[in-house]
Ligand binder design. Structure first.
Ligand SMILES: [Zn+2]
Length: 229
């Protein structure tokens, strides 16, 4: 289900800042909005690699020892993959819809979509699963597109709460279904590997709109299908 990581998908930090692409960011529950990339403010790839060297030295190591020489380059390349979602627009994924559904009028749900994101507070990974459902009105979208929307929002610095709302809002706004339900269950490494060091604790967030919000039976069906009912 997950698309392979292709190098052309990754924003290169030495390329002109997101050339020709719009960046979409959402503030809390707010609508998708385009943010003009600030060309002057974006550091060069070399500057980004220098910053990694600084962090290596600050951690107490020698950035010039052999084993670390290529690390800044690898870290910057990894950032290109982990944060490629800034250069991608979830609306594009959802724009192609199908109206011939043969009278189908029930929940469309994707279960166990991989979530690989980074918390915006520590830049530490949080890993888990997303469950996304919508109640179509007269059109549906290719099911892989829903997983892509999750992936695009995950490949940005996030809070789990914001990401849950963003996925819900994007599907609501573009597909205009009768309702959307999103559940994310993830383990935050900033909590498991540092700070309180709580292992095996996961965070569950949910967001419901439309019929999933107003119909308790439908909400219960979603939770049961997700394995939380
Ligand atoms: Zn964190």
């Amino acid at each position: 289900m997950r698309a392979g990581v292709k190098s052309e998908d990754s924003p290169r930090l030495d390329s002109p800042p997101l050339s020709g692409k719009r960046v979409y960011r959402m503030d809390g529950m707010a609508k998708l909005r385009a943010v003009a990339p600030d060309a002057a403010a974006r550091p060069s790839r070399d500057q980004a690699m220098d910053a990694v060297r600084t962090l290596l030295a600050w951690a107490g190591d020698d950035p010039d020892r052999e084993g670390l020489l290529d690390t800044p380059q690898r870290v910057v390349d990894a950032f290109g993959e982990w944060f490629r979602g800034y250069a991608q627009d979830p609306k594009d994924e959802l724009s192609r819809t199908f109206e011939e559904v043969g009278g189908y009028d029930d929940i469309v749900m994707l279960k166990s979509i991989d979530v690989e994101s980074h918390c915006e507070h520590h830049m530490a990974p949080f890993l888990g699963k997303a469950y996304v459902a919508y109640m179509p009105t007269n059109r549906v979208v290719g099911i892989s597109k829903i997983a892509r929307v999750v992936e695009i929002f995950a490949k940005r610095l996030q809070t789990q709460e914001t990401m849950t709302a963003q996925i819900c809002d994007a599907i609501s706004e573009v597909l205009k279904p009768a309702g959307v339900a999103v559940l994310i269950d993830a383990e935050h490494q900033c909590m498991s590997t540092r700070g309180v060091h709580h292992k095996d604790v996961t965070t569950v967030t949910t967001q419901f709109t439309g019929v999933f919000k107003t119909d308790p039976e439908l909400k219960a069906r979603f939770l049961k299908l997700a394995g939380y009912g």
